[in-house]
Design a protein around this ligand. Sequence first.
Ligand code: NAD
Length: 358
Amino acid sequence: MSLPAHFIYEGRPGRVVFGAGSRRHVERELIALGAKRALVLCTPEQQAVADEVAGLLGDRAAGVFPGAVMHVPIEVAREASARALALGADCCVAVGGGSTVGLGKAIALDAGLPIVAIPTTYAGSEMTPIYGITESGLKKTGRDARVLPRAVLYDPELTSTLPPAIRLTSGVNAIAHAAEGLYAHDGNPITALMAEEGMRAIAGALDLFGTGDGGAQAEAHALALYGAWLCGTVLGSVAMGLHHKLCHTLGGSFDLPHADTHTVMLPHTLAYNATHAGDAMARTARALGQPDAPLAVYELISRHAGPLSLKQLGMPEAGLDRVAELAVSNPYPNPRPLERDALRAMLQRAWEGQPPSR
Ligand code: NAD
């Protein structure tokens, strides 16, 4: 084992309560924060669980705002922020995936209300100081310490309702944070530990789902959420490269679904970087229990019947040139230099759903 000569590790503040049923500690966590009244946020589909959390808060619940949607449109953020202030809320409890936590972040930015997050997917937003708000069709992202949730309650009982298709794509979305974190220009041995362990936990859980009895299922749900926590921490700690930038471009320009896009692209972006990030690939391969990292991800997705092509996500083939142009137009640190023609060829393979190729 060898350490880099110098590195910086910045731990993020935040308290984590982990375990089946941990949502029931939500009132205790509010009290620990010094908060008195929470607006509970959720998507329209998750109102039942948000109502349950509001019930657990009793008098400390100011209300439920079931209006979270993907990519945080500014109109929704403004409406939720105004509702929080009108109801006298002094914090938000975000119950849901990245879209709901993202709405909490927009309110934190606008009105300064702290967030308690109860994540129900593996997206990992609850572990990052990164926010995104969409205005006039453009998603603006940024970093601000105020948007990092102050407490996170990871309750594997809440992820047990995830449909298998979302479970898979959300899990691969988390693996993507860790895989890119391993070759980040500002990576360090501590985030590398989290990345490898996080990927191992998620991949192991995905293989465990659907096998064994209820006990094995409960273990799989806990393992996947533990992995999501670690992978989300990596995302919040170090810079992401080609994979995340491309997915952002694809999602933003062609309105493709977030986790599905990550799932299709990850084998290919890893293959693109493989020759320039040997140590990261070796660690990813080890975590996934196979000799080749890009192929291991491709086979994991294939084994669980996940999406393998941009074509099946509705991406027009005619748009691939534009994505390749955009990918090289705004350079950022990445292990392998961004070469237009090589990226265009890689995008073609991803569009067709072919196995990754270096
Ligand atoms: P999501 O939050 O949009 O949820 C997808 C769908 O799944 C929704 O309909 C939701 O109601 C449903 N759902 C969520 N949990 C469920 C459960 N347990 N059971 C049944 N249904 C459930 O999806 P996501 O992938 O978690 O988040 C994507 C968004 O988060 C994107 O906008 C992305 O940019 C953002 N994101 C941000 C960060 C960050 O650090 N800022 C990190 C990751 C993702």
